[in-house]
Design a protein. Structure first.
Length: 503
């Protein structure tokens, strides 16, 4: 919104001082800007005033988070506590208040060390998330009715999660230095606002976004430490090491990858080691629960199970889901090594996490938060992003209406099973659509919104503009002028080392 890059050839390692204006290059962003008076002109002085892009986007993120809290008001005022299905008909369910008592926080039990009454013997969350939950319980009054305490617990968690949401928006805004306004994709994401306080996923997402920012700045050790902490809060962040491995392989950046891997392992061990050592049974509950959990909401496995007279066993589904994920990992690796231009880190990070979501045996609605910052970095195109978000909002409404149907008895208020299957299909198709768009950008770099602006890989850190040392297939041949049909800024990037290690 503040200036256009020069049309002259630009080296990928050199960043233009003026940010890219999305209202100039994106027709949806331009149309949306009419709500605030139209696109900003070339001489707009946002960067010289207090209203910098980072501050604007952080405030927008807080505003959207607050709207998400308002959406939960019917539950806060009673639906969490009275009536089996009202929290579903109002689409305002949250795990947070229910687990305050259900996981022993109301009774002062220590997570992982103290056994819980009931079927769930120990807290089924990773250690850093357990610490987050415990800290919130310390800030919750221990007096008053249990409803009062659960309301307080949810509000305390909401305040802490709002900090996480702000961190995510700021990190995404600062990761692509010339594209700060792409952070609005994160700040304005409707599915993120609706799901932010369902569970504690924002903690891991914030740490992952901070790790991505550190990698973009060339701080590989800090990236590893933050990614290790993120993995100590949720399992999915470790998947980013796979794409990073093949990209560093293609660019020959083994030292940087080793530092990232070492930092990640060290951080994960520091957090998990003491609990693993002194309370192994409680520590391992997250992993055993994930393995033993049956096919659940949101997955294509559920559609298969509910339409089969002889559904697959949990063990069979675990095996097949693992095999499907391994196939996807192999596909991402092949894509990284054979693409005509080395893919951007954010593109492969998005694809690998999306593959995990698509093949997993469960998809809780808050899992969309995992993809929001990665999608904004991988495919900063408002049309495609909003199509995906619309599908996720449809799924958000679908799962609650389905649960309302199954918990309302003979009244059958809500969405029947067939309708819920359509909602699952919307989620799957929306995610697949965005994956296809990202893969098209990889195969046709001239269509990539980031590279059309003259950058190579602004989130790639040491990979940005680096030479190739190992490539496979057509990418190993001498490069033709791939941007012949493209009249935007061209990007010079390394190819000199490609012939030595290519096949």
């Amino acid at each position: 919104m503040c200036g256009m890059p020069s049309a002259e050839s630009t080296r990928a390692s050199v960043h233009e001082p003026e940010p890219v204006r999305p209202t100039k290059e994106d027709e949806v962003a331009a149309a949306g800007s009419e709500l605030i008076g139209g696109p900003l002109g070339r001489r707009a002085l946002l960067g010289s005033s207090w209203w910098t892009p980072v501050r604007v986007i952080a405030l927008v993120a807080i505003g959207m988070f607050a709207l998400g809290l308002v959406q939960k008001a019917p539950c806060y005022n009673g639906a969490w506590f009275f009536g089996a299905s009202s929290q579903y008909t109002h689409a305002c369910y949250s795990d947070i208040p229910h687990l305050y008592q259900g996981r022993g926080f109301a009774d002062g039990l220590v997570p992982y060390f103290d056994r819980l009454p009931g079927d769930m013997q120990y807290l089924e969350y990773p250690v850093l998330t357990g610490v987050f939950m415990e800290v919130a319980s310390w800030l919750t009054p221990g007096s008053g009715t249990i409803q009062y305490q659960e309301q307080w617990y949810w509000m305390v968690n909401a305040g802490m999660l709002m900090v996480c949401a702000s961190v995510i928006a700021v990190c995404v805004t600062r990761t692509h230095a010339r594209r700060p306004w792409d952070g609005l994709l994160v700040a304005l994401a409707p599915a993120a606002a609706l799901t932010a306080t369902i569970n504690w996923d924002l903690l891991a997402v914030a740490l992952t976004a901070a790790a991505m920012l550190m990698w973009s700045r060339g701080r590989s050790l800090a990236f590893g430490v933050l990614l290790g902490l993120a993995t100590a809060a949720k399992l999915y962040p470790f998947l980013l090491l796979g794409p990073l491995l093949v990209l560093c392989w293609r660019a020959g950046k083994w030292r940087e990858f080793a530092k990232a891997l070492g930092g990640g392992i060290a951080a994960w061990v520091v957090v998990n080691g003491p609990v693993m050592l002194f309370a192994f049974e409680g520590w391992s509950k997250f992993y055993t629960f994930s393995q033993e959990r049956g096919v659940d909401f949101g997955s294509f496995w559920l559609i298969m199970a509910q339409n089969s007279d002889n559904p697959l066993s949990t063990e069979t589904v675990n095996t097949l889901a693992t095999l499907l994920m391994l196939v996807c990992c192999a596909g991402v690796a092949a894509l990284a090594l054979t693409a005509p231009r080395r893919p951007r880190f954010a593109q492969l990070a998005f694809l690998i996490v999306a593959a995990f979501i698509l093949t997993n045996k469960v998809y809780s609605p808050q899992y969309v938060l995992w993809l929001v910052p990665l999608a904004a970095l991988a495919r900063p195109k408002w049309r495609d992003y909003l199509i995906w978000q619309a599908c996720e909002v449809a799924y958000f409404l679908g799962i609650w209406m389905y649960l309302a149907y199954t918990t309302s008895g003979d009244a059958h208020k809500g969405l029947p099973t067939d309708g819920y299957h359509w909602a699952i299909g919307m989620h799957l198709l929306g995610t697949l659509y965005l994956c296809v768009m990202v893969m098209r950008d990889i195969f046709m770099p001239e269509r990539d919104p980031v590279r059309r602006s003259g950058d190579d890989d602004p989130s790639g850190g040491v990979l940005d503009g680096a030479e190739d040392v190992f490539v496979l297939g057509p990418a190993a041949r001498p490069r033709q002028h791939e941007d012949a049909r493209f009249d935007g800024p061209s990007v010079e990037w390394g190819r000199q080392g490609a012939s030595g290690g290519s096949l």
